[in-house]
Design a protein around this ligand. Structure first.
Ligand code: AMP
Length: 509
C-alpha cells in the first residue's frame, strides 16, 4: 500500500523547517519543524494512551495551537479525528460519544468530571486540554520522543468524522478520508493562489470544516503562515490586516468588519484575498465591501460532507450573490429533487455533486448514506440552486430548512423537539428570520394549550441548559395555530413572512 496519510503528504511538503507556521500570542511562532516534533510527541502520547489505527479521538477543546496540533497528531497516528463544537452541552456530548465510541476523549479541564461521567460507559479514556495548552494531555510532553513513524493509511481510510446537524434531530457523522481532505486542500491552494508568502488571519473555530480543513489545511500544505486568534473580534482582525495577506470568514465577519470605521482602502492595501463561505453572503455586503476597500470578496460554497464544491474565480468576475464555478475535479449538476432527473441550465433544483472531495458516507448510518447518494455516485447536497448561462452556481434555498446563524447550522427539528417537551406547549415551528448581525436568528413559533401559563422567558429558560447557545431561539412568538398546507405540512415560508421584520433586518436577496 502506498502511504496516503494526510500527515505524510503534509510532511513531504516541508522544505524549510525553520519557517513559521502558526503565530502564538506572546510566544515565538510555531515553525514547521516544531509542528513535526510536536505532533510526533503527541502521537507517541496518544499511542501510549491506547490509540490504535482507526480509533476515534473526540475533542471538545477551546481553539489553540495545541488543539490544532492534536488534530494533526491523531491523523499522524492513524486515528480518526472527531472535533466537537465547544458550545455542546453534556447531554449533547453524550449522544456523540455513544454514537462514535471514541477510544480517547479530550475536553477542557473544567469539564473533566462531567465528561468522565459520560465517557466511562463507552470505555473512553478522558484527557484534558485547556486554551493555554494546560491539562493532562500535554503534561510532561517534552519527555515523549520527538520522532514518530507516521502510520501508513490508504487514501480511502478515514481521517476525520465531523458531525452535522440532522433533519430528524439526530446528528450524522460525516466520514472524511485522507484523500478527501488532501485533494480539497491542494485544489484550493491552486485556485486561490496560496503560496509560502501568504499570511492568513485564521479567526474561525477549528471544530468545523471551514476553520479546520479549509483554512488550516490550505495554509499548512502551502507552507504559508497563519495568525491564530482564539475568536473573531472585528477590531483585532482589522488591526492584523497590515501584516496579513488573506482572510477567510463567514459572512458575519464581513458584516461586523464593515461596522469598523477604520476599514478602508488603506487598511486593506496589503491584503490580496478575502474569502467568504458557510452561509450566504448578502449581495449588499459584497457591494459595500468592494466600495469601501476596493476588494471583491471571493464567495465559495461547501459543506461538511463535501469540503468545498464551488468558488468564484480568482481572476475574473466575483459575482455578488453567486458561489461561482465547480472546482476542478468536482462535477456538479442540478437535478429534480424528487426524481433526480438532470434539469436544464437556469432551472432551480437540487444541487448534486461528485468528486474526490465528497465524503464516503455517514458513520454507522448506511440507510441515510444510501438515501443521499444517487446510483451514479452523486451526493444530494440538500441545497437548492441553479447554474446560470455563464456557468455560475447560485444557491436559492435550503431544501432541508436549515437555519444558518452566525455561520453555524441549526436544524429546526431538534429545537422543536425540545420546545414541544415543555409542559403547556402543544407544538412549535422553528425558523430562521433575517438578522443583520447573525444572518438568520433562530426564532420559535409556539402554540400553547388553552390556559397554559408559559411565556417567552419560560421557554428560553427551559432550553438554556439543554441546547448549545447558538441553537437557542433569539425570540419566541406565540400563535393560535400553525399554518398548514393540504398535506398537513407546516408552511414555514408563511411563518418566515409573518416574522420577517422581527429583528428589523432587510429581507434576504
Ligand atoms: P456546513 O456543513 O456547516 O459547512 O454547512 C453547509 C451548508 O451551508 C451548505 O449545505 C449550504 O446550505 C450552506 N452554505 C455554505 N456555503 C454557502 C454559501 N456560500 N452560500 C450559501 N449557503 C452556503
Amino acid at each position: 500500500m502506498t502511504d496516503a496519510n494526510l500527515f505524510s503528504r503534509l510532511a513531504a511538503t516541508v522544505r524549510e523547517p525553520g519557517r513559521p507556521a502558526i503565530e502564538r500570542p506572546g510566544r515565538p511562532a510555531m515553525t514547521y519543524g516544531d509542528l513535526l516534533d510536536g505532533t510526533a510527541r503527541l502521537a507517541n502520547r496518544l499511542v501510549r494512551l491506547g490509540l490504535r489505527p482507526g480509533d476515534r479521538v473526540a475533542v471538545q477543546a477551546e481553539k489553540s495551537v495545541e488543539a490544532l496540533l492534536l488534530y494533526l497528531a491523531v491523523v499522524r497516528a492513524g486515528g480518526v479525528y472527531l472535533p466537537l463544537n465547544t458550545a455542546y452541552t453534556l447531554p449533547e456530548l453524550a449522544y456523540f460519544l455513544g454514537d462514535a465510541e471514541p477510544g480517547i476523549v479530550v475536553c477542557d479541564p473544567g469539564r473533566r468530571d462531567g465528561v468522565a461521567g459520560i465517557a466511562g460507559p463507552v470505555g473512553a479514556t478522558v484527557e484534558t486540554l485547556g486554551p493555554g495548552g494546560e491539562g493532562s494531555l500535554l503534561d510532561g510532553l517534552d519527555r515523549e520522543p520527538a520522532d514518530f513513524a507516521t502510520v501508513p493509511r490508504a487514501g480511502d481510510d478515514l481521517a476525520a468524522i465531523l458531525y452535522t446537524s440532522g433533519t430528524t434531530g439526530r446528528s450524522k457523522g460525516a466520514m472524511l478520508t485522507h484523500d478527501n481532505l488532501v485533494s480539497n486542500a491542494l485544489t484550493l491552494i491552486d485556485v486561490w493562489r496560496f503560496n509560502a508568502a501568504d499570511v492568513l488571519i485564521h479567526a474561525l473555530p477549528i471544530y468545523h470544516t471551514h476553520g479546520l480543513f479549509v483554512a488550516s489545511n490550505v495554509v499548512l500544505f502551502a507552507g504559508a503562515r497563519m495568525i491564530f486568534p482564539a475568536r473573531f473580534d472585528a477590531a483585532e482582525v482589522l488591526a492584523l490586516m497590515d501584516r496579513a495577506t488573506t482572510l477567510m470568514g463567514v459572512p458575519t465577519f464581513y458584516v461586523r468588519l464593515l461596522q469598523q470605521p477604520g476599514l478602508g482602502r488603506e487598511t486593506t492595501a496589503g491584503m490580496r484575498l478575502f474569502v467568504s463561505g458557510s452561509a450566504p453572503l448578502l449581495a449588499d455586503t459584497h457591494r459595500e465591501w468592494q466600495a469601501r476597500t476596493g476588494h471583491a470578496i471571493l464567495e465559495r460554497y461547501g459543506m461538511t460532507e463535501t469540503g468545498m464544491n464551488t468558488s468564484n474565480p480568482y481572476e475574473g468576475d466575483r459575482v455578488p450573490g453567486a458561489v461561482g464555478f465547480p472546482l476542478p475535479g468536482v462535477s456538479l449538476r442540478i437535478a429534480d429533487p424528487e426524481t433526480g432527473a438532470p434539469l436544464p441550465s437556469g432551472e432551480i433544483g437540487m444541487i448534486e455533486v461528485k468528486g474526490p472531495n465528497v465524503f464516503t458516507g455517514y458513520w454507522r448510518m448506511p440507510e441515510k448514506t444510501a438515501a443521499e447518494f444517487r446510483p451514479d455516485g452523486y451526493f444530494v447536497t440538500g441545497d437548492l440552486g441553479l447554474v446560470d448561462e455563464r456557468g455560475y452556481v447560485h444557491i436559492v434555498g435550503r431544501g432541508k430548512d436549515l437555519i444558518i446563524t452566525g455561520g453555524f447550522n441549526v436544524y429546526p427539528k431538534e429545537i422543536e423537539a425540545e420546545i414541544d417537551a415543555i409542559p403547556g406547549v402543544v407544538e412549535s415551528a422553528v425558523i430562521g428570520v433575517p438578522h443583520a448581525d447573525f444572518g438568520e436568528a433562530v426564532t420559535a413559533v409556539v402554540v400553547l394549550a388553552p390556559g397554559a401559563a408559559v411565556d417567552e422567558a419560560a421557554v428560553l429558560g427551559a432550553l438554556a441548559g439543554r441546547l448549545a447557545r447558538f441553537k437557542q431561539p433569539k425570540r419566541v412568538v406565540f400563535v393560535d395555530d400553525l399554518p398548514r398546507n393540504t398535506m398537513g405540512k407546516v408552511q414555514k415560508a408563511v411563518l418566515r413572512d409573518t416574522c420577517a421584520s422581527l429583528y428589523g433586518a432587510p429581507a434576504p436577496r
